[in-house]
Structures are given as structure tokens and as C-alpha cells.
Design a protein around this ligand. Sequence first.
Ligand SMILES: [Cu+2]
Length: 193
Amino acid sequence: MYELIRLDKAYLWPPKKIFIMKLRFFLPAIALIVVAACNSTSDKKDNKTDSTATTQSHDSMNHNMNHTGITVPALPGIPMGAKVFFKNLKDGQTITLPYKIEMGSEVMKVDTAGGPVTEGSGHHHLLIDAEDFLEAGTVVPTDSAHVHFGKGQTSYELKGLKPGKHKLVLQMADALHRSYGQGLTAVVNITVK
Ligand SMILES: [Cu+2]
């Protein structure tokens, strides 16, 4: 018995072994720190996502959307030949306000917002001096530069723009106000007299 303990002590005693033992405790400690750091980073990411989600659901509320957050259908693809266009606005046109803009579409059916997400249907949005298009899947913001036509409107009386050059973009989105992307946009640069 005594021999065994002695052997054991002898085995552990050389400083080399102690160093290895220290290392064995030290490494998990480093691993823990790394893990903790990673977690705090992903926490920050989560917070960011959460705040976006809150903004989106706030937008949703503005549009009387019955968004439960449980099942979100995928954004439908754009059918062949589908397009949107300004019926009575051409690039470079000069207009006098108020001006009744007519919004057209081919293949895509114009529907109300908030209903079921249906392929080949959506509603118009007018982007005033804003983006050229909104990435597919991006929820169209609700502000003075982003007008939703969630009741399925196909015309809009444009007014309140200062004289000068302006960019108007027609952007179609699905029932959940998610942009169909650049494929369903029309851009005109106009001058207001
Ligand atoms: Cu919308």
C-alpha cells in the first residue's frame, strides 16, 4: 500500500506533470471564456433580431394583419411574365400636382393585404424618393416615403411633393407586405412643376 502511494506521489511530483495538470485546468477555463464570449455575441444578435421583429409586428398591426407569429408562409415566387408598371407616368416626365397615378400589373392579381399569402397576387406600394427596390422578403416600411395600397388600390393622388426632381418606385409585395424584390418594380424619375 505504502509503495503504491509513494509511486503515485512520485508520478505526480515532477514539476512537468504539475504543469500539465495546470494546463488541464487552464484549457477548460479558456474554453469557458470563449463560449461565454460567443454567447454574449449571439445574445446581442438575438436582441437585434428581436427589435426587428417588434418593428415588423408593429407594422403588421398598422395593417390589421392577423399575424400570429406561429406559422409564416414562404414568400411566393414571381410567376413567368409578371410585372408592374406606371400606366400614366414615363421616365423623365414633368407633372403638375395633384397627379392621379395609375398603377398597373400583368399576370399578378392585385389583392388586399392581410389575407392569405397567395402566389401570383399582392398589393402595390409607392416608394417616394426612397429605395430603387426592396430586397425580396423585406417588409415594406410604413412612413411618408413608403405608401401601402393594402386595400388593393390601383390609383393614388400624388400631392405634397416640392417642385423639382423626384424618384417614384412601384413595388409589389405579398399579403404580409413582404417585397417581391426587384422583379416586381417600376422606376420613374419625374419632375414636379
Ligand atoms: Cu403593404
